[in-house]
Every structure is written in structure tokens, then in C-alpha cells.
Design a protein around this ligand. Structure first.
Ligand SMILES: *[C@@H]1O[C@H](CO)[C@@H](O)[C@H](O)[C@H]1NC(C)=O
Length: 452
């Protein structure tokens, strides 16, 4: 009898500890919170305005001056490539290219090739691309909300957009793409008040889609776009027809299971992916090495922001480092960082220029502080189950979610595919990426028919 009581007590204790560790309440949302400066206006502006990028020449004169007057860069250590961060010999090449060959006025024309708009949501002007298929014919046109992350921008989607909006023979639908910049990024206005994290942004983007006339839509996201959209799936499942992501987030329960998986990895991960998860210690060390920026941005973004908002060379080093290690971690051992394997210097500088010209490095960092905090359960609130039909594309050099735990969160996983490539998948591998999204939505559409 006594033994039974002890066992019952132990089971009870284990359950309450497990529950405490693994389930976090979602952050509380105020549906129409006002994030703009001062007090909310009495008659909020709900118009949609056309927008074109057009910077006055003074910005460019100032930039040229700063680039030509960069203080001597500290040379890399002997025998070191990118292991200590951006290699300054490589940075010199980028700066020389920036001064001599990069032509902003030409790039402005390139960036203005898609229709752009701005509209105010909850006090913030949101900038976005809205690209409709030119000749949809008899194909069904479905809305796709696609959100970038850090240190990216809508520039990441310029190559994949035409693939989404051109009708294909073997598909009976085609996309109209809505690609906003996150508030505080590029041409989207930053919050003036504290507290605008990824969960709160989910509300902004739901309200934004409603403003554009869409109650239901498909979503795609990577990096912070994925974090925002995963919250959107949790708070507003009725709005999301289907979710495609190249960065899925799991919760503490899955992490604890992964640790237990040390005993028998095949519980968690298929044999050919064993080295994507184990040995745990190695992966932990590598994560520590690569995420220092995250800790800084999540705690003191304003201090960090001063230097990179004042120095284009500093900003380029800070951003481009991510485009070497994030694209292929093994390229840390290359002098050229593999920077132009998947992108051109021009494309990479387009993205840097968006941060530079708009002066948004600091406000982009703040998203980390507003999300990696107690109210968001340090992201563990994303471990809550998601019922929205989901497709996950796992790229080889990006964060990995194992087969054995992915369904802890994604209860309705309809597609899980593996690809070569890195963190900026849409930009690196537009064809592969577009096909995977089309495949996913084809499946989502069938589920939708069954539901009706
Ligand atoms: C990553 O780099 C390694 C060598 O450094 C190469 O073998 C591999 O093909 C690269 N992967 C991709 C997807 O580019």
C-alpha cells in the first residue's frame, strides 16, 4: 500500500514538473494595441498608398565619404578565415566593390520593379510588395503572405516572386504574393513603445491582411518571419489556410525528448540524419559559437545599434558574416566566405543598403529583445500544438527539427522535405523553394476541399 502511494506521488510530481517545464502560456495580446508615437489618433488613417523607393543624393554622398574614410581595418589572425567573424581582407574587397561598382540608382530601379504600398496598422506604417499574376487565365489565385527575418528584408524574395506569380501548366492555382517588411525593418515603421514582439506582430499581420481584404490566406516564413507566423497560426488558426516554413520551432518538451534520445537516437532522428542532432555536445557548442549576436540583440540592442548605424563598413561586416556561416557553415574556413557562391555582391549590398539608408539596424535588433523575454516564455510558448496544416522544408545548413519530435507541435504536418542549402533558402534556391511551396499548397487545397 505504502509503495503504491509513493509511486502515485512520484508520478504526480513528475507530471507537474513536466507540465511546468513544457507548457508556457501564450503572451497576452491586446487586439488593437497602438504602437505608434504619442496617443492614438481619433480617426486612424486606413488608406493604402503607393510607394516607391527614392533616396536623395545627399545620402549617397555621405555613404561614399564614409566608405572612402574607413579607418584601417585590423588584419585577420594568421591562418584564420571567418572563424573570428567577418574576415577584414574580405570586407576590404566588399567595400571596394561598394565604392566602385555598386550603383544604387540602378538598384533602386531593380527594387522598384514590383508594386509597393504602405498602410498604417495599429499606428505603424507597414511597407509591402503586392504582386499579382499578370495572366492567371482560368487558374485560381490564392493569397500568400511571406515574411522575411533578420538580417534580411523583402529583397530576399525578389527572385522567387516571379516563380510564385507565373502560372504553371501542371497547377490549377497560382499565387498573389504579399511580402511586408517587418515593423522596424527597412521601410516599415518601428514601434515607439516597448513590447512589440513576435506574438504582437502576429496580430499586426492578421490585421494587415484583413485591411487588404483577406480573411484567410496561406503563409510562408523563415527565421523571424517563421516565429511571427507560428504565433499567427497559434492565435488565429481560422485565418491560416496552410503554413509553409523553412524554420520550424519546437518547445521544451521536444528538447527534453531529444536529450533522452541520447540513450537511443533512433527514437528521435532517422539514421541518415543522426549527425544533424547528435552528439548533442557538439551541436550545443556550435550553437553557442554562432549565437552571440542573438544574446546581445536580445538584451542591449540600443548599445549595439550605435556603431553599426554610424559605420557602413561595420554594418556590412555584421550582416554579411551571417551570409557566409548561415549559407554553409563549412565556408567559415574559406577566405572568400563563399559569399558569392549563392549571391552576388550586388544582391548582398542591396540588403545592406536597405538597413543603411533607412537607419534601421537598432530597431531591427529590438525584435529580439521584445521576443526573447519572459512574456514570450523565451520562445517556449511556441511549443504549443498547431492544428493548421503545415509543411516544413528542412535545408541542410539551417536549424533542424527531427522527425521524432516535429509532430509534438505540428499536429497536422502534411509535408516534410529535405534540401541542400542554407538559412536564406528563398534567396539561395528560388526554384527548389518555390516548388516546395507549390507542392505544399496543392496538398493544403485538397484538405480544404475535404473540409467544406
Ligand atoms: C557546403 O560546403 C561544402 C564544402 O565546404 C560542400 O561540399 C557542399 O556541397 C556545400 N553545400 C552546399 C549546399 O552548397
Amino acid at each position: 500500500m505504502f509503495g503504491l502511494i509513493v509511486i502515485a506521488l512520484l508520478v504526480y510530481m513528475f507530471r507537474s514538473v513536466w507540465t511546468k517545464l513544457t507548457s508556457r502560456p501564450l503572451p497576452k495580446l491586446i487586439e488593437n494595441a497602438y504602437w505608434g508615437p504619442g496617443n492614438p489618433p481619433e480617426n486612424p488613417d486606413t488608406t493604402i498608398r503607393e510607394f516607391k523607393i527614392n533616396f536623395p543624393g545627399t545620402h549617397l554622398v555621405d555613404l561614399k565619404y564614409r566608405l572612402e574614410n574607413v579607418r584601417p581595418l585590423v588584419p585577420p589572425l594568421e591562418g584564420i578565415q571567418q572563424q573570428y567573424g567577418m574576415n577584414t581582407d574580405l570586407l576590404k574587397k566588399v567595400i571596394a566593390f561598394w565604392i566602385k561598382e555598386y550603383n544604387w540608382k540602378e538598384r533602386e530601379t531593380y527594387l522598384n520593379q514590383y508594386p509597393q504600398f504602405k498602410t498604417k496598422i495599429q499606428g505603424l506604417d507597414i511597407h509591402y510588395l503586392h504582386v499579382k499574376p499578370k495572366n492567371p487565365g482560368n487558374k485560381k489565385v490564392v493569397p500568400l503572405l511571406i515574411i522575411h527575418g533578420w538580417p534580411g528584408s523583402v529583397v530576399e524574395f525578389y527572385k522567387v516572386i516571379p516563380l510564385f506569380t507565373d502560372p504553371q501548366n501542371d497547377r490549377n492555382f497560382v499565387f498573389e504574393v504579399i511580402a511586408p517588411n517587418i515593423p522596424g525593418y527597412g521601410f516599415s515603421q518601428a514601434a515607439a513603445k516597448p513590447g512589440l514582439g513576435a506574438a504582437q506582430m502576429a496580430t499586426i499581420f492578421r490585421n494587415f491582411m484583413n485591411r487588404l481584404g483577406y480573411d484567410k490566406f496561406y503563409c510562408q516564413g523563415g527565421d523571424f518571419g517563421a516565429i511571427i507566423l507560428q504565433y499567427l497560426c497559434l492565435y488565429y488558426p481560422e485565418s491560416v489556410l496552410g503554413y509553409h516554413t523553412n524554420m520550424a520551432i519546437l518547445g521544451t518538451a521536444s528538447r527534453l525528448k531529444t536529450i533522452l534520445g541520447v540513450i537511443r537516437p533512433s527514437w528521435i532522428v532517422k539514421p541518415e540524419h543522426h549527425n544533424r542532432v547528435y552528439p548533442l555536445w557538439q551541436h550545443f557548442q556550435s550553437t553557442m559559437r554562432e549565437t552571440g549576436y542573438l544574446h546581445l540583440q536580445a538584451t542591449k540592442p540600443d548599445t549595439l545599434g550605435v556603431g553599426v548605424t554610424d559605420s557602413p563598413a561595420g554594418l556590412a561586416a555584421y550582416i554579411l558574416e551571417k551570409f557566409t556561416s548561415g549559407t554553409n557553415i563549412t565556408w567559415q574556413k574559406r577566405e572568400d566566405g563563399g559569399l558569392d557562391e549563392k549571391f552576388t555582391y550586388t544582391e548582398l549590398l542591396d540588403n545592406v543598403m536597405i538597413y543603411w539608408l533607412t537607419g534601421t539596424a537598432t530597431t531591427s535588433f529590438r525584435l529580439y529583445s521584445e521576443t526573447f523575454n519572459r512574456s514570450h516564455g523565451f520562445l517556449n510558448s511556441l511549443g504549443n500544438p498547431i492544428e493548421v496544416p503545415t509543411a516544413i522544408a528542412r535545408f541542410k545548413y539551417d536549424f533542424y527539427v527531427a522527425d521524432g519530435v516535429v509532430r509534438d507541435v505540428f499536429k497536422n504536418l502534411v509535408q516534410l522535405n529535405d534540401f541542400d542549402g542554407g538559412h536564406f533558402a528563398a534567396w539561395e534556391e528560388p526554384r527548389v523553394f518555390a516548388k516546395d511551396v507549390f507542392d505544399a499548397v496543392e496538398k493544403f487545397e485538397k484538405i480544404d476541399k475535404k473540409r467544406q
